[in-house]
Each structure stands twice: as C-alpha cells, then as structure tokens.
Design a protein around this ligand. Structure first.
Ligand code: G
Ligand code: G
Ligand code: MN
Ligand code: NA
Length: 254
C-alpha cells in the first residue's frame, strides 16, 4: 500500500541510515566488534523501526536492496572512521530469512560485499535461528559458500527455536548469539544460568564464538564473564548509535 511506495522511495533516495551497537570482548572489556542496524528516517513520522519495515520489505522483495544499502553505508562510514581491524574485528549484518533462503540473492550480496575491500574481511552475517530451518541442506550450502568467500556466519537469537542442537551438529557456524530471554533471567533463575553454561561449554567444544545479547546490568555482565562467555552486547554496554558516537565510545575505552 502507501507504506510500500514510501519504502521504495526511501530506498531509492537513501533515506535509510544505519546505527552501530558495540560488542564487547569479555576478556579485555573493550569493543571488539559491532552490529550494524538499519533505521528508516521518515520525513514526517520520525524513525520507523526495522521491526515494522523489514517484514514489509520481505513481502515485497525489497530486502536485498536494503542489505546493499546497509553494506554501502557501513563501508563508507567505518572506512572513513578508520576503526576497521583496529579495534573492530567483526562487523555483523542482519540478513532476513527471505533473503537468506534465496541462493541467487545471497550470491549477489556476497559479490556486493566483496566490492568493498576494506570492509569485506570483517563481515559476519547474522541469521535468526528460525530462518535456517526451512531447508537444512540448502542452508549448509549457502553457509559454505559464504565461508568460502571469507564471510563468517552467526546464529542470532540462539536457543529460541526447536532445532538449536541440530544446528550445531549440522551447520558450520562461526558464532552463536545467546538469546536475550536467557540473559534476562540469568540473575534470578538458576535454570537459565545452567542453560547458558551448557550452551557456552558446547559451543567452545565446537570452536564456536559465543556472544550474549541483551545485557542490561553489571551483574549479568559479571556472571557471563565468570561463565566464560566470549563477548557481550546490550544496553548496559552500549545502545545502537550513529558513527560519530561509536567513534567517541571506542576512544573512551582506552
Ligand atoms: O535495531 P532494532 O532493535 O530496531 O532491530 C529490530 C529488528 O530488526 C531485529 O530483529 C533486527 O535483527 C532487525 N534488523 C535490524 N537491522 C536490520 C537489517 O539491516 N536487515 C534486516 N534484515 N534486519 C534488521
Ligand atoms: O534480533 P536482533 O538481536 O538482531 O535485534 C537487535 C536489536 O536488539 C538492537 O537493535 C536493539 O534495538 C535490541 N537490543 C540491543 N540490546 C538490547 C538490550 O540490552 N535489551 C533489549 N531489550 N534490546 C536490546
Ligand atoms: Mn542481530
Ligand atoms: Na538477536
């Protein structure tokens, strides 16, 4: 409807911008990665959440255009800021299920990423756990193609689906992000702590990097550190922010 037209126009006119949420290394307590998150700055409605417009984009075949815009914007801003590699080791992008399950679109995205040579070595792609479910064999192939080109792969919202364990068995993932619902209960619920502990132990034995998402308190951070989690992300550590704030945020680490 009206909103789809506006979204198409927003894509064409570059009304979409990106923000960056820091990911902290729990050993050094310094920023070691970021997640890139898209924002729609609407002329009259203010910022529209991706929770609203990504599903719309999925329904109208606009996700690959959005991904390209996000990559181009991140390449420009991060390149100019001079923080790629030092300190950023990973730049994570969210790719939606509709795009991930389309092999041609993933090939196009991979090629587009590699056109940005400063950025491409750091790119990590996040897929929500449920997005990989539709066809496990196809997912394996798509992930293998990404990895062959040097792009690493992460499972977002890990633990929320019904196939978490099957995924660890069959997919060669580089990273998992423990869903924030487990992190939220960490302090008061021994069972959540036990689950996180088990996820970390299992991931480590597969040589998979573990990130905890949704860290909102110092206490959660402490517990995650004690459990040996590699990296953490959340409002306590840093909200999604524009590039200028990210640069300041990183400078304050030192
Ligand atoms: O950043 P925020 O909390 O508003 O994100 C809401 C949802 O939108 C999250 O599930 C997030 O993964 C998703 N999202 C954010 N940026 C992008 C993007 O560039 N592409 C896709 N496909 N999803 C995104
Ligand atoms: O689904 P995904 O993990 O990609 O969603 C990313 C979004 O999660 C971020 O853009 C941000 O809006 C939200 N987020 C990040 N940190 C926190 C947090 O500590 N608490 C909550 N409730 N949401 C967070
Ligand atoms: Mn994510
Ligand atoms: Na997530």
């Amino acid at each position: 409807r009206q909103m789809v037209l506006e979204l198409r126009k927003a894509i064409a006119d570059s009304q979409l911008t990106v923000v960056y949420q820091p990911k902290y290394d729990l050993h050094s307590l310094a920023v070691s990665g970021i997640e890139v998150l898209v924002r729609w700055k609407h002329a009259t409605k203010g910022f529209i959440s991706p929770d609203v417009f990504i599903p719309l984009a999925e329904d109208h075949g606009l996700t690959s255009a959005i991904s390209k815009l996000v990559v181009a914007k991140a390449a420009e801003e991060l390149g100019q800021a001079g923080i790629l590699g030092q300190p950023l080791q990973h730049v994570s992008l969210n790719v939606s299920a509709a795009e991930f399950n389309n092999a041609d679109e993933m090939t196009a995205l991979t090629n587009f990423i590699h056109q940005h040579q400063q950025l491409s070595p750091f790119i990590r792609i996040e897929i929500t756990e449920t997005a990989t479910l539709t066809d496990m064999r196809k997912s394996m192939e798509i992930i293998a193609n990404l990895q062959a080109s040097g792009i690493t792969f992460s499972i977002d919202d890990f633990g929320t689906g019904y196939t978490s364990l099957a995924m660890l068995k069959d997919l060669t993932v580089d990273e998992i992000k423990i869903d924030r619902s487990f992190v939220a209960e960490l302090e008061h619920d021994a069972r959540s702590r036990t689950i996180i502990n088990a996820i970390i132990a299992m991931a480590k034995s597969f040589d998979i990097h573990v990130v905890a998402e949704g860290v909102e308190t110092a206490n959660q951070l402490n517990i995650l550190q004690q459990l040996g989690c590699h990296q953490a992300q959340g409002y306590y550590l840093g909200r999604p922010m524009p590039i200028s704030e990210l640069v300041e945020h990183i400078a304050q680490d030192k």
